[in-house]
Design a protein around this ligand. Structure first.
Ligand SMILES: Cc1cc2nc3c(=O)[nH]c(=O)nc-3n(C[C@H](O)[C@H](O)[C@H](O)COP(=O)(O)OP(=O)(O)OC[C@H]3O[C@@H](n4cnc5c(N)ncnc54)[C@H](O)[C@@H]3O)c2cc1C
Length: 447
């Protein structure tokens, strides 16, 4: 009987385990998960924290016991994989009691995800300093806000989790300062679009302090003080949200090939450099459809999809994943921010001759009530005419509108072909010429 061992019990790991068991109930599927939480929506944590009336455990999609009892998966929570012996096909792990144990495998899936980057700051471990990655982090933050008087928070970092959390804190009536060392707000974002986002953040009484080196965190009165170059900020809570790194040390120590940002290198069937070991989700790399190069973009859909693809390959239905185009959306107060494909900088780096068009259009037809502005930046390649990327910001109609150019990127469409697509129109949803078409027509003129 096939022995499948999976390290990591969240999006990628549990998707793979469930699909294998559904299709091959006789396979022996074991999952090692170091925490006590499996299968939960990390993406929902900022919105849950925003609402003090909601229990954090609402985010659990499927409880551990359901996997064990209904699906027949040997799910071992509180068990941390420590090393992989590729020659003997065995994994050593520490169980809940702290004992070292060994499990054999025929096929192994590494689905260990990513970890928050924690800078080596003095005071980084003080009570009241948090990161937000797993459900336990969410629980801790929610409990701290509930049990202490938190009037002011400092968020270190300005990525999407930092921005979602600044809204969550404001919803709890907590004042927020955002601080980071680099002077640019969101480095990949077009300047005009970034201005729209900054305006929205500041309108909600959040201070943006970019360009301040963070030197440490110290206790101050009954709270904390963040020491930065040029400014010290007193607060009650600090959230460090400066990005994540892949959990690839198990793979690296076992001699598997690593890819961009130290993620585990996999081929299109999610196989690592060892024919018996797969890797999927945030710990692994992927092909970028636009550049054809390997990239590391840790997001949820690709983790779930990769988990399924590994399951298919394990049960013998050979499956390959063509790749990703870097589609991402997030909400900043009343704004939707969306992107797909390459920014100007990324396109240049990849060897294209990028040209951009920046337009503003409307979310609804001219004169239709409640219409709002949508800003669109579209990037194309002067040499080949190909569409390379789109960024969009608006109060409505930005998040899902990004899916049209995302599909166009998968189809490797030219800007001209995209400009001729038959997109939807009715006054409550868009102008006759959808903002995507207006941007494409403008870009054609620039190219
Ligand atoms: C606050 C927040 C908001 C997010 N919002 C979005 C969003 O809006 N859209 C989006 O696409 N993505 C979002 N993401 C990212 C998304 O959650 C991840 O891409 C997704 O969870 C990746 O799934 P995964 O299974 O690869 O890794 P993870 O979910 O990180 O799971 C990996 C699991 O492996 C376990 N593990 C690690 N090492 C070991 C070991 N040695 N032994 C045993 N177990 C181990 C970990 O404990 C963890 O449970 C968000 C993430 C966060 C934190």
């Amino acid at each position: 009987m096939m022995k499948l061992l999976i390290i990591g019990g969240d999006a990628a790991g549990m998707s793979a385990a469930s699909k294998v068991k559904r299709n091959r109930p006789n396979f022996d599927v074991t999952v090692l998960e170091q925490t006590t939480d499996v299968s939960y929506s990390a993406c929902g944590m900022p919105y849950n924290i925003a609402d003090p009336g909601r229990a954090i455990d609402d985010l659990v999609v499927r409880h551990a016991d359901v996997f064990r009892e209904k699906q027949g998966i040997d799910l071992r929570t509180g068990c941390r994989a420590e090393s992989i012996n590729r020659t003997e096909r065995k994994v050593t792990y520490t169980d809940t009691g702290g004992y070292e144990k060994v499990l054999p495998y025929d096929k192994l899936l590494i689905a260990t995800g990513a970890s928050p980057i924690i800078p080596d700051l003095p005071g980084g471990l003080l009570p009241g300093v948090f990161v937000l990655k797993n459900l336990e982090d969410g629980r801790r933050i929610k409990k701290y806000i509930g049990e202490n008087t938190v009037k002011k928070a400092v968020i270190i970092g300005m990525g999407y989790i930092a921005l979602e959390m600044c809204e969550a804190f404001r919803a709890n009536d907590i004042n927020v300062d955002m601080v980071k060392p680099r002077p640019s707000f969101i480095p990949w974002m077009n300047g005009e679009l970034a201005e729209m986002v900054i305006e929205e953040v500041e309108k909600n009484n959040v201070r943006i302090l970019a360009g301040h080196e963070i030197r440490g965190i110290e206790r101050h009165d009954r709270g904390l003080r963040v020491i930065c170059s040029g400014i010290n900020i007193e607060c009650d809570l600090v959230l460090i949200a400066i990005g994540v790194k892949p959990n690839s040390s198990l793979a690296g120590d076992a001699g598997l090939d690593l890819g961009p940002s130290g993620s585990i290198s996999v081929d299109k069937s999610l196989l690592t450099s060892d024919e018996n070991i797969f890797a999927a989700g945030d710990c692994a790399d992927a092909y970028h459809v636009v550049t054809g190069e390997k990239v590391w973009i840790p997001l949820a859909l690709r983790a779930n999809r990769a988990g399924w693809a590994v399951a298919d390959n394990i049960i013998g239905d050979h499956t390959e994943i063509t790749g990703i185009v870097g589609t991402a959306v997030f909400k900043v107060f009343d704004l939707q921010v969306a992107r797909t494909g390459l920014s100007m900088g990324e396109a240049e780096k990849a060897g294209f001759e990028p040209v951009e068009a920046m337009i503003t259009s409307r979310s609804r037809a001219h004169g239709h009530p409640d219409s709002s502005i949508i800003g669109v930046q579209m990037v194309g390649d002067r040499k080949s005419g190909r569409l390379l990327g789109v960024q969009m910001v608006g109060k409505e109609g930005a998040a899902h509108r990004i899916n049209a150019p995302a599909v166009a990127l998968h189809a490797k469409m030219s800007v001209e072909k995209f400009s001729r697509c038959d997109l939807a129109y009715a006054p409550p949803f868009s102008p006759v010429w959808d903002p995507m078409l207006t941007a494409a027509l403008q870009l054609l003129k620039e190219m």
